[in-house]
Design a protein around this ligand. Structure first.
Ligand code: HEM
Length: 71
């Protein structure tokens, strides 16, 4: 395992558009310093629309406040 568990990411951030925008930029550009010393590599080939979908999915993994439309 290298990065944080998606469930841990989902519990850390609110499910809102600002978070989707911010984390999508991190997936595309890479990021560091939030979860420890290891940086996440950039993924410049992922289109922003796809990153948005991935991050929205990750944020649904929050057990404390599942989205209204989740099953
Ligand atoms: C498309 C694939 C990926 C997605 C959707 C993804 C998603 C994420 C998200 C949402 C975060 C949290 C960022 C934050 O809280 O600021 C994160 C962090 C991280 N990811 Fe990824 N990631 C991907 C691929 C990778 C890969 C390939 C690696 C390893 C080379 C990696 C390593 C990390 C690390 C080390 C962190 C923590 C960075 C920090 O401390 O700020 N990720 N990732």
């Amino acid at each position: 395992m290298v990065g944080p568990a998606y469930t841990a990411v989902a519990e850390k951030y609110p499910q809102d558009q600002n978070t989707v925008n911010m984390l999508s930029q991190k997936v595309i550009n890479g990021g560091s310093g939030v979860w420890g010393a290891v940086p996440m590599a950039p993924h410049p080939a992922i289109p922003l629309a796809d990153a948005n979908k991935i991050v929205k999915y990750i944020l649904t993994l929050n057990s404390k406040s599942p989205p209204a439309n989740s099953k």
